[in-house]
Design a protein around this ligand. Sequence first.
Ligand code: NAD
Ligand code: UD1
Length: 335
Amino acid sequence: MILLTGGAGYIGSHIAVELLEMGVEVAIVDNLCNSNRSVIERIESIAQRPVVFYEGDIRDAALLASIFEMCPIEAVIHCAGLKAVGESVTMPLAYYDTNVYGSICLCQAMQKANVKKLIFSSSATVYGPDAEVPYLESMPRGVATSPYGVSKGMVEKVLEDLGASDPDWSIVVLRYFNPIGAHPTGLIGESPQGTPNNLMPFISQVAAGVLSKVMIFGNDYPTSDGTCVRDYLHVVDLAVGHRASLRVLDSPGMHYYNLGTGCGTSVLNMVQSFIEVTGVDIPYQFAPRREGDLAAFWANVSKAEHELAWRAEKTLNDMLSDTWRWQQYAIVHGH
Ligand code: NAD
Ligand code: UD1
């Protein structure tokens, strides 16, 4: 059985479906601070298999101890955390508390239970603003520009020191690029609270008529059309990447993988492609650059391709049409 922290969230829910569909038993622990209980039912409905769900906090040592006592956990996939970059600047303590202290609590509970296989949700943000593109796993971590980004680098360092202290640990650090899209059933996807900060949920809420137009932050970057370039990957491909990483947990030590497509797409191209794929008009306007944004980055994905035998399979059209299907379901069902 796999313990999946943050399994009711956007990425965790897709990982849960993938694991259940491959016949793996899943226990989820999530405090629902950025998700809701109905996600668990929707995971079960897609996979047609039950999930063990614990509503609670990864910082609750007694809860974690009881989960390890009650469930035959072999490995942990750790997605729980706070992820809003802007909010992390105004609430740094909450971010370090949940992301760093929460990860330490989890590792302590794992150590006590003698479960030493861990997959951690990290981010491309750890490469920092000065790294050359495409990003390679062998590059050093840079200085991330937000407390959120710093918290991810700090957890990576904690895990490295833990791995160095005890050769029995096997730790996979997955550095996600820009996950978008939703499950093709349209039953699970991203549900940002309030006005979205990220591009894809913003575009889809404009399409749904919730927001009036997309502001494109900057059109004077040194890129082909002047707008920023990112490596967007389908959340289902990302979830499959976790499934592929489980095998690596049989080899002790630290393992790092970029999960992206290896291709960059500009913001303008994203908006125009969304219009083409869905047939829905998206009013947009150019606006000043957003502070802290990098002009362009994407992944070198050779390591994941060779060692995990994984590559992102879904197209940009899949990402956009699946996002739109989910957005329409979410509006109707109030998610
Ligand atoms: P999400 O907010 O949808 O999911 C995170 C889940 O963790 C939520 O369900 C939330 O309720 C839960 N949670 C938060 N604090 C908790 C705590 N203290 N105890 C228990 N549960 C808690 O976010 P997501 O997009 O699914 O991201 C999952 C992970 O991937 C995060 O660690 C995030 O930093 C990382 N990541 C996300 C992206 C992205 O673009 N979405 C990119 C890179 C890395
Ligand atoms: C951001 C975070 C990153 C985090 C990721 C997922 C920053 C600097 N980086 O990545 O650490 O891992 O989200 O949570 O915040 N854009 C617009 N208009 C919008 C929204 C976005 O033009 O309304 C542009 C942005 O300027 C950017 C691109 O779209 O160039 C993608 O933005 P976003 O989806 O927020 O992702 P990142 O900034 O790459």
